[in-house]
Write a protein that binds this ligand. Structure first.
Ligand code: GLC
Length: 796
């Protein structure tokens, strides 16, 4: 397809290679990130995932010898041979990744004659006739490779040996490992081999596939049915750097409002309004914290988006205002499908201004969703996005605090949208095949921008469908899971892979959406939910009630316990998200992200790190009252419940009664805590608690804590505080030094005092600025408070 190298020229960070058949452009974005591009089907499009590319390529040297073009960046050596065969080395000469040069020979699949038809008749789902790929990039598989990322795909953490499709799909049947496509398309994966890591981001919005060695274990490949060859190699060598590189390209999730990290309660549907009020009051009566209530499709007038059903919600402004006074935010669902209905203003405006997707003859295209016949706003048209953004004000003016975008794969009840449905594509008209995977992305972008204009606060958007880069606009949930233990189990690798794919703010429907939850399943699920950035319980119409109190007293008290723990951890989660905004590192992390040198972490599916300091090993088996926990090598771990210190690199059996979720805190760390509140903002928080897990003799630890108003964009202008806490234990082990430093002082409402809980520490004296500080020792913990910054000496 490419032929021999005929010419090459360098223009700054770009190298243009003339092959016999086609031109290839290689662009060095940073010394570790390189883009490979060839125009296969059309001119280069503006990337929909990468909106602000800032190349900082460093030195780039190019030379041609022995029929090979060698490109040298400050980190990589890229060797390009005839036929566009690429080999990428690090500076030590180690091959990181190389194109596969052998023949592509799929594994044998036996079956003959009409067997296929007969098996299909019984209902067996056989391997799909794969759509022909117009682009295919094959890379050599090494023996010990592990793959991660790829968004929300089902199955295990390690994607090696599986085949996936990127085609946003709404399939409500129970999600299982054999699903190739899900709601989201994030064509990015991370490879780990011999403790070194790199990633590939294939920026192509058409249907694409990722075969991670399923076709043949000698190679893995990615490809697409149309569009261009346009991919990025992102070097680590740490997985953290690969995630950092990917989010450098596609953006990070902006810091959310603090209340969005509170507990959220959803149901299809809380209506009429009395039911919504009843739910709100029950939370307060039962002393279960909650910040957000959702309104699903039934609040609308005949499923017309941006309207209210006046019978069920006669005065939404009043209702929402009253709920606000009780500390509840209300988030409403907005689907893309606009009811075909003359006289309905949204429909009329859309028709008049040509804002809807059309068929190939430019007649507005109609399919069916909740409201019956419906049209699809063309979010790929900037004007339509602006219109949609303006519409958000209808909701925010009524007091709505955030918008939930659903059904934006887009879903359709009358068969799939035909390929030739036509979209504006910001002036470069194209068809559904190119827009499908970015439809939800564009919808969330429009929603985000609209809420930002209307409220000037950090928008809260939640979307089901997305593409690479959607993290800049929206949080996501993993769609219609079911109340199945298998789905609780699977949510862990799903969330970990979403996090590695740039989507750091994500969650699942806690308790499961479809099917009936059980008391035990909800008890275990809430223990996971308490650590996921989006913590939302949601269930389907006609399933049994699933609120925290819907089962029995024990389940209710387990829900209360973990939701309260969540509220204590709010400043910790907020710190992670603050750091994430610059590093791209997610909240939910697979163990391997921090323990890449410990191969035993590579396939841990049922444990995760929440930030760097908390390891959660939830029970995800019905009836289990104990489980095996792996604690990664390189650190010591403290059992959160018993405070016992355990060496890393070990497998332990942890007993876990129904109300106990095994949690381990990394030794030598700080956890900033807030008092429990019924909702964010209930209490004026002027004291920060520091739950300290002191370092070993001769060791130190530091922690950086961030504080701002929790809602506005003022932090971008410096209106925030940054504190640094550090701890050092003397070589003799007789003394512990703590220090509190304010590194940035920009937010007026700082803390007035700091309360310390020193775990596994019995202090005999605490002094600050030469003065004794009163302290208390209870069992193995020391408690005291100080009112200023500075150094604290603790005699042990
Ligand atoms: C879809 C959503 C679900 C929602 C339902 C009704 O199935 O995934 O969360 O409750 O539609 O709007």
């Amino acid at each position: 397809m490419f032929g021999k190298i005929k010419s090459h020229k360098q223009q700054g960070n770009k190298i243009i290679i003339g092959f016999e058949q086609i031109e290839v452009i290689i662009q060095v974005i940073t010394p570790s990130i390189v883009n490979f591009f060839a125009s296969i089907a059309c001119e280069r499009r503006k990337s929909k995932a990468i909106e602000q590319l800032v190349p900082v390529p460093g030195q780039v040297a190019v030379h041609y010898s022995n029929g090979k073009l060698i490109i040298r960046t400050e980190k990589l050596v890229i060797d390009i041979a005839d036929g566009f065969f690429v080999t990428i080395f690090d500076h030590k000469g180690t091959v990181l990744s190389e194109d596969y040069r052998g023949d592509a020979v799929p594994f044998i699949r036996r079956g003959s004659g009409d067997g296929l038809a007969v098996a299909a008749e019984e209902g067996h789902k056989l391997e799909d006739e794969r759509n022909k790929l117009n682009i295919k990039i094959r890379k050599k598989m090494e023996k010990d490779m592990f793959f991660y990322g790829l968004g929300d795909k089902t199955g295990h953490l390690n994607k090696k040996g599986y085949h996936y499709k990127m085609w946003n799909t709404d399939d409500p049947s129970p999600h299982v490992e054999s699903f190739e496509a899900m709601y989201k398309s994030i064509p990015f994966f991370i490879a780990l081999k011999e403790k070194q890591s790199f990633g590939y981001f294939f920026d192509n919005t058409f249907e694409s596939v990722f075969d991670m060695g399923k076709e043949n274990s000698d190679y893995y490949f990615f490809g697409a049915v149309d569009g261009n060859l346009d991919y990025y190699f992102i070097y680590g060598p740490s997985v953290k750097e690969v995630v950092g590189g990917y989010t450098y390209l596609t953006g990070t999730a902006p810091l959310p409002q603090l209340w969005t990290l509170g507990y959220q309660q959803c149901r299809w549907s809380y209506a009429p309004e009395n039911r919504l009020r009843e739910i709100a009051d029950t939370f307060r009566e039962k002393d279960i914290p909650c910040d957000v209530l959702y309104l699903d499709i039934d609040y609308m007038d005949g499923y017309r988006v941006f309207t209210w059903d006046n019978k069920q919600f006669p005065n939404p402004e009043k209702t929402l205002k009253e709920l606000k006074e009780k500390g509840f935010k209300v988030v409403t669902i907005i689907d893309p499908g606009v009811k075909k209905d003359k006289g309905y203003s949204i429909y009329d405006q859309g028709i008049e201004n040509h804002y809807f997707a059309t068929d190939k003859d430019r007649i507005p295209y109609v399919n069916k969703v909740w409201p019956g016949d419906a049209l699809y706003p063309d979010f790929s048209n900037e004007k339509a996005r602006k219109w949609w953004a303006t519409n958000q004000k209808i909701m925010t003016d009524a007091g709505v605090a955030g918008i939930w975008n659903d059904m934006n794969e887009p879903a359709s009840f009358n068969g799939p949208l035909p390929d030739d449905v036509s979209f504006n594509n910001d002036g470069v008209r194209t068809d559904h095949r190119e827009i499908h995977n970015v439809y939800g992305h564009y919808m969330s972008k429009a929603t985000y921008e609209g809420i930002k204009q209307a409220t000037d606060k950090r928008p809260f958007v939640i979307t089901r469908a997305c593409y690479a880069g959607t993290q800049k606009y929206s949080t996501v949930w993993t769609g219609d899971n079911q109340s199945l233990w298998e789905h609780l189990r699977m949510s862990l690798p799903m969330l970990m892979n979403l996090g590695l794919s740039g989507i750091s703010f994500c969650g699942t429907d806690v308790g499961g959406f479809g099917f009936d939850c059980t008391a035990e399943l909800l008890s275990r699920w809430v223990q996971v939910g308490a650590f996921t950035p989006l913590f939302r319980n949601h269930s389907s119409i006609f399933t049994r009630d699933q609120e925290p109190w819907a089962f029995d007293e024990q389940t209710e008290s387990i829900n209360r316990k973990y939701i309260k723990l969540r509220y204590q951890l709010l400043p910790y989660l907020y710190d992670i998200l603050h750091n994430e905004e610059t590093t791209g590192l997610p909240v939910i992390r697979p163990l391997l992200l921090h323990y890449q040198n410990d191969p035993r972490t590579y396939e841990v599916n049922d444990e995760f790190l929440c930030g760097e300091n908390i390891l959660v090993a939830p029970v995800v088996e019905q009836g289990a009252k104990a489980r095996l926990v792996y604690l990664p090598e390189g650190d010591q771990w403290v059992d959160y419940w018993t405070k016992e210190t355990i060496a890393g690199g070990s497998y332990i059996v942890k007993e876990a009664a129904l109300d106990l979720c095994p949690i381990y805190i990394k030794a030598a760390s700080f956890l900033p805590l807030y008092p429990v509140q019924s909702y964010v903002g209930e209490k004026e928080i002027d004291q920060l608690t520091l739950d300290v897990y002191p370092p070993e003799e001769g060791q130190s630890s530091t922690y950086s804590h961030y504080q701002d108003d929790g809602e506005s964009f003022d932090y971008q202008k410096g209106v925030f505080n940054l504190y640094e806490f550090s701890a050092h234990k003397s070589d003799s082990g007789n003394e512990l030094h703590l220090s509190i430093k304010k590194k940035h002082d920009g937010y007026k409402k700082g803390y007035h005092s700091f309360k310390f809980i020193l775990n596994n520490t019995k202090a005999s004296a605490v002094t600050m600025y030469g003065k004794q500080i009163s302290h208390e020792v209870i069992e193995n913990q020391t408690f005291f408070s100080v009112e200023e910054e500075g150094d604290i000496q603790i005699k042990l």
